[in-house]
Write a protein that binds this ligand. Sequence first.
Ligand code: ASP
Length: 322
Amino acid sequence: MKSARTAVAAALLAVAFGATAQQYPTKSPTLLVPFAPGPTDTVGRVIVQAMEKPFGRSFLVENRPSNGGILAPELVAKAAPDGYTILIHHIGMATTPALYRQLRYNPLTDFEYIGLINDVPMTLIARSNFPAANLKELLAYLKSNKDKVALAHAGIGAASHLCGMLFQSAIETELLTVPYKGTGPAMNDLLGGQTDLMCDQTTNTTGHIRGGKVKAYGITSARRAASLPDIPTMEEQGMKGFQVGIWHALYAPKGTPKPIIDRLSGALQEALRDETVKKRFADLGAETFPPERGTPDALRAHLKAEIDKWGPIIRKAGVYAD
Ligand code: ASP
């Protein structure tokens, strides 16, 4: 009897959630961005703008920057699981468990997965008047001037930090690093000449590189980007294995009803099919994932594989934050 009642209750709940999912959203959902306006913010705004169509409602975008982007996932993990708070994050979701001794969320257990968005290479750049014209000159310069050089990044857990760490380990040289609340603000300082070097996503650097506002020494993709054909890959310049792709994805708090996740994921897949979205990302050097990767299962598998890939690399490098 009891189990029958439980079954009825579960069925009613499913119907209620179904009805809620039909009506969802009755107000604007909010997308939390873990960094100040900059590359991840750009990807987030492009994607939620395209996702508005099936919902007929706009998304709000809130920047919640913190060291390495760890605050926004924590806030989303603790938010009401009702589909009104979602998160965009990048590779940092996979690297922070190895970087932080006390992370206040678990990427594998505290979220529902909506789907993957795109993959963005990084570029190693410098202020326009930095005294090195190419990677070879940069390496030579760093040999005798490393103490004069500041490498900007967006905190431990940020893509810029990961890429900067890989660069320092490849050249076996420790540089002075300066953390910012995102590579957006860091870029302002680089453009103003207050800092020297940075690894940053092409979604933030393409315009500045093309406009000659910053120097670019290499790109971290396997092949050159069509949008930046003159920038050689790090690998083709002899840095074997220096490849890093900054994938972005959407998450919701654990327990968000499946019908709502399905609708969000469906809207994401539609957005990934949208030619305007694909062109916008391609112009910024990013590769849009095919719609079949804009699914919870694809994101779950990718996140797990990335945690397994980067955990040992980071632990070997011995970088930790508390
Ligand atoms: N993607 C970050 C941002 O939007 C920066 C980073 O991860 O390095 O600022």
